[in-house]
Design a protein around this ligand. Structure first.
Ligand code: FES
Length: 372
């Protein structure tokens, strides 16, 4: 088999600990406990090996990466190795001085996520009082010369407030805003009846996003992606399995996508036992869905297979029971009715009488999550 191209993008999921409890979290239901996390040396090895392999972009994510006390060490090393590094954070667990320190250490980019534009809804969804602190941290990020990058995760509970979210982004002088529609993995899939927006909500959010895109052209870039449930064609999940994306979970398991550990029969390997080079190039898990040999109809003969690579295998497994099926968000999939049924249920509000399940909160290392 020809050697695959190198990964471009390393996602270091340094912890699953998080002070928030968002019900749309894409982390797995079985969160990795703190005691099983890679230590500092382990993460430094990961950064070195992935860079040697060719990775150029590095995302620190979680959970909440700020709860790792060694984050500064990892950021400093990432700079020395020449990564373009990005911190994906709720902002909870840092203060203005820590942002300044990140800047000095060479962190390139900070993306602050909000649950909503107003304190009540934001803090309800976060499961904790975080809104004011997030505002302060967004301002601290901007004050330190970073481009202001905001992310709002959009779903049924907040989709009606997209214009207010964009007004807040204007107030905070954001340069980029991602209106990230919820991907139904992990806790989000568990809560799908509460989170899947209706078609009317999707259309309205799209209309508002386009209105602001036109109004703020040249000042702020707004990204809004229609949820794949409403697209009729699947997205090329993680840019295609084993093509550009490499994630390492908190316990050191290397993953072709962040949800891959839920796939049955996939022999995943740990960076504690194997070099990343072998895992990326040779391991059966990373080769499982490379190329087209695994494809069945309709993917095998589809003229869009080089664009979407069959879509999301984890979604295919969770919704159809077989990861080699076409992603059922594709209208050509023989299982597409699982999507249309979910959309119908959402329109009718079926399932919303069950309680929303908030992500379980895990203890962090940080003694003070809201430093002043
Ligand atoms: Fe695993 Fe999409 S999340 S392939």
């Amino acid at each position: 088999m020809a050697k695959p191209p190198p990964p471009l993008w390393l996602l270091a999921e340094v912890t699953h600990s998080c002070p928030l409890q968002c019900p749309y979290c894409s982390n797995p239901l079985n969160l990795i406990p703190k005691k099983d996390e890679l230590d500092t040396e382990g993460w430094l090895r990961v950064l070195h090996q992935a860079r040697q392999l060719g990775a150029a972009q590095l995302g620190f994510s979680g959970g909440e990466p700020l709860v790792r006390k060694d984050l500064e060490i990892l950021i400093g090393e990432a700079r020395k190795l020449g990564y373009y590094s990005n911190l994906i954070t709720s902002g909870v667990g840092m203060d203005a001085a820590r942002v300044e320190r990140f800047r000095e250490l060479g962190l390139d980019h900070i993306q602050v996520s909000f649950q909503a534009d107003d304190a009540v809804l934001n803090d309800y969804l976060a499961g904790t009082d975080a809104f004011q602190h997030k505002l302060d941290m967004a301002r601290a990020v901007k004050a330190n010369g970073y481009p202001m990058v905001l992310c709002f995760v959009i779903h049924r509970q907040n989709s009606h407030r997209v214009s207010q979210m964009l007004d807040l982004a204007v107030e905070l002088q954001a340069d980029y805003v991602e209106l990230a529609t919820t991907q139904f993995e992990g806790w989000a899939l568990l809560n799908r009846d509460h989170l899947l927006p209706t078609l009317e909500q999707v259309r309205e959010a799209e209309r508002v996003a386009h209105e602001y895109q036109a109004k703020l052209k040249g000042k702020m870039r707004i990204y809004y992606v229609v949820p794949d449930y409403y697209e009729n064609r699947p997205k090329a999940c993680v840019g295609g399995w084993g093509r550009v994306f490499l994630a390492v979970a908190p316990d050191g398991v290397a993953l072709p996508c962040h949800a891959a550990r839920d796939l049955p029969g996939l022999a995943l390997h740990n960076v504690r036992d194997h070099e990343l080079e072998w895992i990326w190039n040779e391991s059966p898990a990373f080769n499982q869905f490379r190329g087209e040999d695994w494809m069945k109809e309709p993917c095998r003969t589809c003229d869009e297979r080089e664009k979407d690579f069959g879509g999301c295998h984890c979604q295919a497994f969770k919704l159809t029971g077989d990861p080699t099926n076409a992603d059922p968000t594709c209208a050509k999939s023989p299982h597409h009715q699982v999507i249309t049924q979910a959309i119908d249920s959402s329109r009718l509000g079926v399932g919303t009488s069950k309680p929303l399940v908030f992500r379980q909160r895990q203890k962090s290392n940080s003694p003070n999550l809201f430093p002043t």
